[in-house]
Design a binder for this molecule. Structure first.
Ligand SMILES: *Cc1c(COP(=O)(O)O)cnc(C)c1O
Length: 841
């Protein structure tokens, strides 16, 4: 790159500090090694070099970040606030290099100095601030909002311990704490000057203000300080750098002082620790949370801190509180931030003294709600007594919202008390609860599901009464994933091959991947396509060999299921197929089958015993099959421990077959399915979540469909589903289950897997046996297709070619146009030499 002004990158020729060319990067890197790390090369560790490179990149982000902040502040730009209890970001360094457009230059600069670039990247600790799909979606959305130059803030929680690290010991999952902050975090900047206070507990008081209006004052009995930590989020090849603002809990100084005077120093320290507990740990998403006070405190902590921060921004830009909803569009990622509805009401009514009706109008116009689940057990409810003890004022506000809302409902549906009870924000069918999804629906002007089928089912089931009431609030926003992390960075070989074939336009507009479709008929191209997949598989094989000592064969079909372990995702259905195939081989040793490697990965919630038993089952099956000399070279099972974003980046590009086999009607969307498709894996899947739309786009001929539809499942359930009929009606399934029950995979222990077997033969709540026969037959079709390498490659190319729709850029454009109504704001870089210094008042 020459040193002329580059309009694409908006770089100044005289800018020696944050320039993007190789020599400037090299010098900045050494400067940071010396002056940030304070290390001479002979004493520098790999981590020092990683940090030197991270700081070099961060400087370039910060230049864009201050330019972005200046533009937003000057223009008072309408801003999206994405409220999410989880942001599963993955590592930052590589992605930032991609988005700056300097991945190759940075690699060259580092390698010229004799350092191993990949090794440096591997030093970065992954911030695991999410459980899975929902948190990862928030991360993809931040990337897309910055790329589309949408003014946006992500608000979340800076958990000290993110999702646990998973070890596999003797086939069982073992959890270890995730100490992601132990070596520091170069990507964040603490902003103590913007800390706010969060109240808990106490009581409320009524009083008359100077004008004689009756008002309510909340007197909390406990206060915690929320301190923001900001991470810049750069768009792809734009100057936009938005902010991810994560809150950390601390004890307030004033609180320490009070106790000092009472001479209770150690008591004060104890309480300080207890305040900090609020952001100590991320909760798993599939354990019952009832009674987890700390979780409710976390949720309130997130929304109160974020809303107070939004008011600070409003005041700073001299915008009236009456215009709150014009300045901010707030999206609630599931119900975890639903308390924002009553917190905004409290801030507007109690603190800013707006009349209730005005405040309610602003609140509804501010919020939109994304639903992520149809599983009734996953719909959040908080016991009333817990709620009132923690947030007494908010409960009053919930009651007031509910009274006014139900009055409306009664007028609309005369003489339908059952409907009123169903719609109420309070569940009074037994122990009383606050229904968070109802609070979110009532307080929002827009409600969306995350795939077409999911949105349809929402309207018919869990949110049916709300849909009857307000059909205009509902819309679908099918999820997407960012191509920056999930192709450009994680699959450079495929990126290069595609760009060579169709030019670079697809990198800014993923739907242009469609230009690839004709290449499916080009034999030479298919050959190169296979070479890319083979090389990616070889990389993964090397990684697994190095870290786990397991030898996999890259020539075998890589059949992959990576996602959280959950009964509805049916990893056990996959396991049954492995055992069935194994039995076929044992009964007919000369049988000609396609050699397969079954790869699994995923974490089970620590208290979800059945999911943990499924992990053990998979590993036990693997332990037997992998040792069996009759099977050698034909079947292999490997459970990759600790599935997280970085492992995902290694796995998705190396997959041949993507397992998306949830019970129809259970998976809201899925995003793993999209990552596989983009990377040229074929899907074996049910008509569930976004699988439906993937199949529509890639074509039924290029998708392995099996299983009962959602309607058929509902039919089975209604007719009184009897899994035993399926067991007795299919010799193969009988043999498979009997083999597991015999202790064959558990060193003769017949009891070990009995809970799973009892479940399958008893209730089988996820219809594993009902779908088994179809799944086997479909897997046979997979074998047939894979034997014909040309056919398989053709299908794979068409999958990638038609996956452009699943870019999160498309999802975000839909949110932008249909829900947020916010304009993009192009950013011009500030020239640091031309800045006039002032001090903020
Ligand atoms: C994409 C992703 C998920 C979501 O996977 P699904 O198959 O959609 O459940 C979960 N965890 C990680 C680390 C991911 O990258």
């Amino acid at each position: 790159m020459d040193k002329l002004y580059n309009p694409e990158r908006d770089v100044f020729p005289e800018d020696e500090r944050t320039g993007l060319d190789k020599d400037i990067i090299r010098r900045a890197f050494l400067d940071h090694l010396f002056f940030s790390q304070g290390k001479f090369p002979a004493l520098a560790t790999l981590n020092d070099y990683y940090l030197a490179l991270a700081y070099t990149v961060r400087d370039r982000l910060l230049h864009r970040w201050i330019s972005t902040a200046a533009a937003y502040t000057e223009q008072g730009a309408r801003t999206v606030c994405y409220l999410s209890a989880e942001f599963l970001m993955g590592t930052h360094l590589g992605n930032n290099l991609v988005n700056l457009g300097i991945l190759d230059d940075a690699r060259a600069a580092v390698e010229d100095m004799g350092l191993d670039f990949k090794e440096l990247l591997r030093q970065e600790e992954e911030p695991g601030l999410g459980n899975g799909g929902l948190g990862r979606l928030a991360a993809c959305f931040l990337d897309s909002m910055a790329t589309l130059q949408i003014p946006a803030l992500g608000y979340g929680i800076r958990y000290e311990f993110g999702i646990f690290d998973q070890d596999i010991v003797d086939g069982w999952q073992v959890e270890k704490t995730d100490k992601w902050l132990r070596f520091g975090n170069p990507w964040e900047i603490q902003r103590p000057e913007w800390a706010v206070e969060i109240g808990y507990g106490g009581h409320t008081e009524r009083y008359h203000d100077e004008q004689g209006h009756l008002r309510v004052r909340w007197v909390p009995d406990r206060v915690v300080k929320a301190v923001p930590y900001d991470t810049p989020i750069l768009g792809y090849r734009t100057n936009t750098a938005n902010t991810l603002r994560l809150w950390r809990a601390e004890s307030p100084e004033a609180f320490d002082l009070g106790v000092f005077n009472r001479g209770d120093y150690y008591g004060a320290v104890d309480r300080k620790i207890s305040s900090e507990n609020i952001t100590k740990v991320l909760y798993p998403n599939d354990e019952p949370l009832q009674g987890k006070v700390l979780r409710l405190e976390q949720q309130y902590f997130l929304v109160s801190a974020s809303l107070q921060d939004m008011f600070r921004i409003l005041d700073r830009q001299h915008i009236s509180v009456e215009q709150f909803h014009e300045k901010f569009a707030a999206q609630m990622n599931d119900t975890h931030p639903a308390l924002a509805v009553c917190e905004l009401m409290r801030l507007l009514v109690d603190e800013r003294h707006l009349p209730w009706e005005r405040a309610w109008d602003i609140t509804q116009k501010t919020f939109a709600y994304t639903n992520h689940t149809l599983l009734p057990e996953a719909l959040e409810q908080w016991p009333l007594d817990l709620f009132s003890r923690t947030l007494p004022r908010h409960l009053e506000i919930v009651y007031e919202i509910n009274d006014r809302f139900l009055d409306q409902v009664r007028v609309r549906y005369l003489g339908d008390p059952a409907r009123v009870a169903r719609l109420s924000l309070i569940n009074e069918t037994g122990e009383r609860f606050v229904r968070m999804a109802h609070l979110a629906c009532v307080g929002s002007h827009a409600i969306n599901g995350v795939a077409a089928l999911h949105t349809d089912l929402l309207k018919q089931t869990v949110l049916k009464d709300f849909h009857d009431l307000w059909p205009e609030k509902f819309s679908n926003k099918t999820n997407g994933v960012t191509p920056r992390r999930w192709i450009f960075f994680s699959n450079p070989r495929l990126t290069a091959l595609i760009t060579e074939a169709i030019g670079p336009a697809w990198m800014r507009d993923l739907e242009r991947l469609a230009d690839l479709a004709p290449m499916a008929e080009d034999g030479a191209f298919r050959e190169r396509w296979r070479a890319v997949k083979r090389a990616n598989k070889t990389d993964l094989v090397q990684f697994i060999g190095q870290h786990f000592g397991e030898r996999l064969d890259p020539r075998s079909l890589f059949d992959v299921q990576v996602k959280r372990i959950h009964e509805y995702k049916r990893q056990h259905l996959n396991a049954l197929h492995i055992v069935a195939t194994y039995l076929r081989l044992k009964n007919d040793p000369t049988r000609d089958i396609v050699p397969r490697t079954y790869l699994f990965g995923g974490k089970a919630a620590p208290a979800y015993h059945k999911a943990k038993l499924i992990v053990k089952l998979i590993n036990s099956i693997g332990a037997v099959i992998n040792q069996d000399p009759d099977i050698r070279g034909r079947l292999k099972v490997f459970f990759l421990p600790n599935f997280h974003v970085s492992n995902g980046q290694r796995i998705y590009p190396a997959a041949d077959l993507s397992e998306q086999i949830s019970t129809a009607g259970k998976e809201a969307s899925g995003t793993g399915n999209m990552k596989f498709t983009l990377n040229g894996a074929l899907t074996i899947g049910t008509l569930d979540g976004a699988n439906v739309e993937i199949r529509e786009r890639v074509g039924a001929d290029n998708f392995f469909l099996f299983g009962h539809t959602e309607a058929q499942i509902a039919g089975l359930r209604q007719a009184g589903y009897r899994p035993l009929d399926f067991y007795h009606g299919n010799e193969e399934i009988e043999a498979v289950i009997d083999l597991i029950g015999s202790g064959y995979f558990s060193r003769g222990d017949r009891k070990l897997f009995q809970p799973l077997i009892d479940d399958l033969l008893g209730q089988d709540p996820y219809f594993v046996l009902a779908d088994f026969a179809q799944y086997m037959a479909c897997q046979d079709q997979v074998d047939t297709a894979y034997r014909d390498a040309e056919r398989w490659s053709r299908m794979a190319i068409l999958n990638t070619a038609h996956a452009g729709f699943f870019s999160s850029d498309r999802s975000i454009r839909e949110y932008q146009q249909e829900i947020w109504r916010v304009s993009s704001v192009p950013i011009t870089l500030i020239n640091p030499d031309e800045v006039k210094v002032t001090v903020m008042q």
